[in-house]
Design a protein around this ligand. Structure first.
Ligand SMILES: Nc1ncnc2c1ncn2[C@@H]1O[C@H](COP(=O)(O)OP(=O)(O)O)[C@@H](O)[C@H]1O
Ligand SMILES: [Mg+2]
Length: 266
């Protein structure tokens, strides 16, 4: 599907079991094999609870698989510990669905966007203001937003701040977990436009989790469909309707057409 020399991250046979009631096991990811390519977006779709977040959390070290490996920069990142794991955060960053829960409400936007840079010693405290303004400009927010607190902004503006913060370290990969799902449809579109522009300019690889296939389809280079912990199909982003063959992928596509049809009737 893509040039193998652009392969940047590869998940091999990744499985995650969680203990469940009655001594049973819940298989949240089951032998997942996925590839991510330089400067391209991998859209991961599937119904709620199918294991999308579980998988993407491995990439940023928030959890570890029970089996399998994820190769990035020549190493299995699921085995990184201590300083190596910490340093890996520079290369893979994550944006969550609700930034208000990941931001400290007592911190000003200036401190929020610059925190990763200070943690990694990339800037001095005296450079913080200029850097914050530069990062805000990158996500099309006015520089004086640096003085605001998260609760003084709209959901869309907060998500722009989350993107600026994730991009501050100039990572190679960004994982977005339902990053636009809580936003109004019109705001969703402007955030997708922003992400697409930034990806083009900076050649970032994006892992985009979403349960809305219509949205994922609009800008993903490859789409992986997940069902009950299994990747049932991986296909190119364009012309998915003509390519996909798994019944679950078709059901997701049909759901998009039904949504479109009902919204047209309104
Ligand atoms: N820490 C955990 N402990 C036990 N079960 C979990 C844990 N995290 C996720 N799960 C279960 O794993 C499954 C997949 O969850 P998740 O990856 O969050 O799905 P998705 O992001 O696709 O909605 C769900 O059944 C969920 O309840
Ligand atoms: Mg999730």
């Amino acid at each position: 599907m893509f040039d193998e020399k652009d392969l940047i991250l590869e998940a091999k046979h990744v499985t995650r079991r969680f203990p469940a009631a009655g001594g049973r096991e819940l298989l949240a990811c089951c032998d997942v094999n996925l590839k991510m390519y330089h400067g391209k977006t991998l859209g991961l779709v599937g119904e709620s609870g199918c294991g999308k977040s579980t998988f993407m959390r491995f990439l940023v070290g928030l959890d570890r698989p029970s089996e399998g490996e994820i190769i990035f920069r020549g190493r299995d990142i699921t085995k990184l510990r201590g300083r190596d794991a910490w340093e890996n955060h520079q290369y893979i960053q994550m944006v969550f669905q609700d930034p208000s829960t990941s931001f400290n409400p007592k911190m000003k936007i200036r401190d929020i966007v610059c925190e990763p840079l200070l943690n990694f010693g990339r800037i001095k405290r005296s450079e913080k203001d200029a850097k914050a303004r530069q990062l805000l400009a990158m996500v099309e927010l006015p520089g004086d937003f640096a003085d605001r607190f998260p609760h003084n902004m709209s959901g869309g503006q907060r998500q722009r701040v989350a993107i600026a913060r994730a991009l501050a370290l100039e990572p190679e990969v960004i994982v977005m977990d339902e990053a636009t799902s809580a936003l109004d449809v019109s705001v969703q579109e402007t955030i997708i436009e922003l992400i697409t522009r930034l990806q083009r300019e900076k050649s970032i690889t994006i892992g985009f989790i979403c349960h809305n296939l219509g949205l994922v389809q609009s800008f993903s280079h490859q789409i992986a469909v997940m069902y009950l912990g299994n990747i049932v199909e991986v296909m190119p982003g364009e012309n998915m309707a003509g390519i996909c063959c798994h019944p679950y992928s078709r059901a997701l596509l049909d759901a998009v057409s039904i949504q479109r049809w009902t919204s047209q009737r309104k």
